[in-house]
Write a protein that binds this ligand. Sequence first.
Ligand SMILES: [Cu+2]
Length: 153
Amino acid sequence: MKTLFPSLKLIIALAAGLTAAVAPVRAAGPRVVEITANDQMKFSLATFEAKEGEELKVVLTNQGTLPKEAMGHNWVLLKAGVDLAAFATAAMTAKDTDYVPAAKKGDVIASIPVLGPKKSGEAIFKAPAAGSYTYICSFPGHYMIMKGTLTVK
Ligand SMILES: [Cu+2]
């Protein structure tokens, strides 16, 4: 029994080590980027960075209290070279599709639907090729202020 005891201890130690080694793999997934929006029409993040091909999960939370119809916020990541003003203008009349105009879906890399107060939404996507990408809230009248840049390296 005295000789068995140390080996049992070793097995337990090994098992613990294995669990520790496996845990980070299980936790792996898209990197979470949290952005908040508020009644002052502000995104908490004006910029963030990513690596090409990196899996990202952007979580948008509307921290405001005003009703969705008056102060809803979405998050729309646009492809490079998209005419921002043209997109935003078309978005104004696209309420039924959360202000992402059907005709301009091809301009969008990822988006989160319009959120009312205290609501959260998310978008999971792969970071595009290296470059600068604009994200906006396309709720009517918001994009001039609610705007940020994703820099992919
Ligand atoms: Cu907004």
